[in-house]
Write a protein that binds this ligand. Sequence first.
Ligand code: WTA
Length: 657
Amino acid sequence: MSSETGQSTSRKIANVMQETRVFPPSQEFTTQAVIASESQYQHLYKSAKSDRDGFWSDLAKSELHWFKPFESVFNREGHVVSWFGGGQTNLAYNCLDRHIENGLGERTAIIWEGEPGEQRRLTYAELHREVCKFANGLKSLGVRTGDVVSIYMPMTPELAIAMLACVRIGAIHSVIFAGFSAEAIADRNNDARAKIQLTSDGLWRRGKNLPLKATVDEALKKSPTVEHCVVLRRVGNEVPMQAGRDVWWHDLVEQASADCPATPLDSEATSFILYTSGSTGKPKGIRHTTAGYNLWVKQTFAWVFDYKPDDLFWCTADCGWITGHSYIVYGPLSNAATVLMYEGAPNFPAEDRFWDIIERHRVTILYTAPTAIRAFIKWGDHHVEKHDLSSLRLLGTVGEGINPEAWMWYHRKIGGERCPIVDTWWQTETGGIMMSPLPGITPTKPGSCTRPLPGIVPLIVDEELHAVDVDQGGMLCIAEPWPGMLRGIWGDDERFVEQYWTKVPGNYLTGDNARQDADGYYWIMGRIDDVINVSGHRLSTIEIESALVSHPSVAEAAAVGRPDDLKGQAISVFVTVKSADPPTELKDELKAHVRKEIGALAVPDDIRFTNALPKTRSGKIMRRLLRDIAAGKEEIAQDTSTLEDYSILAKLRGDEE
Ligand code: WTA
């Protein structure tokens, strides 16, 4: 806990948000839904809870292909868990071969659009062929089961092909978002002991051609374990190729055979590691497995996105994040879905690119992040109104809490008031979605991720580890294991146990705070470390921020605590406004607005206007950096390697009230 005040009278977090709007799905949506009745959900939820092993055993048998059947369903020894022990399966087989065997080889798997506008379509049969060829290419470079392949590539079909090729032969991929620095790549390569690096000559971003290979060359100077680098030609840049080390993707696959049987892999074989930044310290390589992860992403995709064969699903995340792993590649493809994959920026060539893509391709399900939604709001409704979005039938969000007013905009402007919104709460560590509305049955409330999926048993406790009452905030834990849970931090068992399993013994500690309302709905209240303690009242950042965002002039807001002699902590807020030059009176107006929306307790002590907020590369507001700025610290002592734009910090420091 970050609160240093010692004044706390209650260790619970106050709930000050008053959100009473409820949006039930339309009859039309419900009638056709995968989960179409409350009793169906209740039945699934109760079966998973009362007979966990039976429930998952049945699904694992029906949903996955097994080279060798599993002998046990769940085992735990200390902190080592295993699902489907004794069994052998393969993620790529479940994503490709299985569908081809079922006669779906001609179905489109990926529709890809590059930023400059080119398009490609790959059927399941074509994707299978490309994956097999590249897998053989990797083998020819000496890649064996258990080797780590580091992937630093643009959002092209080859990125998905590379991931699938790795898991096909039991190589472990570590995808690094193609915006990270050479230093960040080298750190991750060394931690993972990566053997092969995959990259491209460059990538397109907002019309510019970024030199990925040059960054990789820098990184490889400090990555002694990497033996070869495979380079995809994407933009046509001249790049130096180091003899003996570097090889072109096209040369590698040209000779390769398209026959590459999937390797039967133990259920618990590591499928991939994915680095995620802790709030402090070096990034953690979150380790996921083969069978449990596959089942979890397959099943959650089917439940939450209500997928039907004529849908076109578009997840706007990058494959460098868990959302891309689970809901561009493994979840949709194991369901034989058709996904849209887009390479570039949402504002190139103009701020309507997303709506243009949806209109042209007739996207039916859109899954994006609150940070993007807030940017769209700021860019203006006219970009949306130019386009026909009537193909959409379902919307989703992930990555941060969504402020209720941003939710309302998404509902009205993008969903035409007809599309259910699934606000999905989950983490890199959880592998797939944990809490979310089921679009056919769950009445939604703006800002709530509603209820747990079958198999998920949330628990909210206070600092003394007592379960909290209705509408009281506390630490969100997960009390029962689920198949998609992380199995470790790569090379650091101690940190794994310390971080997730120690504070609330016997439960998985998520690191988020949450409350459950009287209807049983969950509301995520932000990271545990972000709580603001004002005169002993513990306030969650999202509630103050949502009050600010509900003011018509405000586009984005971040609230943090700073030390205050009197109150323990004072509330500092950083606000991005929609107009270029906010009048000074706006500060008083915003204070009055928060007083009206929440109450005197939550009125910000200082307000700073800013053009942009510091964010991670996946779009999360970095409140811990803002805390240092609010406290007037000259130097930021924290890890800033995941910060998207360094110049923002300097600007913020100069913009004192
Ligand atoms: C936050 C992304 C509120 C949360 C899949 C979590 C959310 C962290 C939501 C994980 C949501 C994600 N509502 N908060 N719907 N979704 N978060 O590892 O703090 O990038 O712990 O995984 O994002 O982020 P990660």
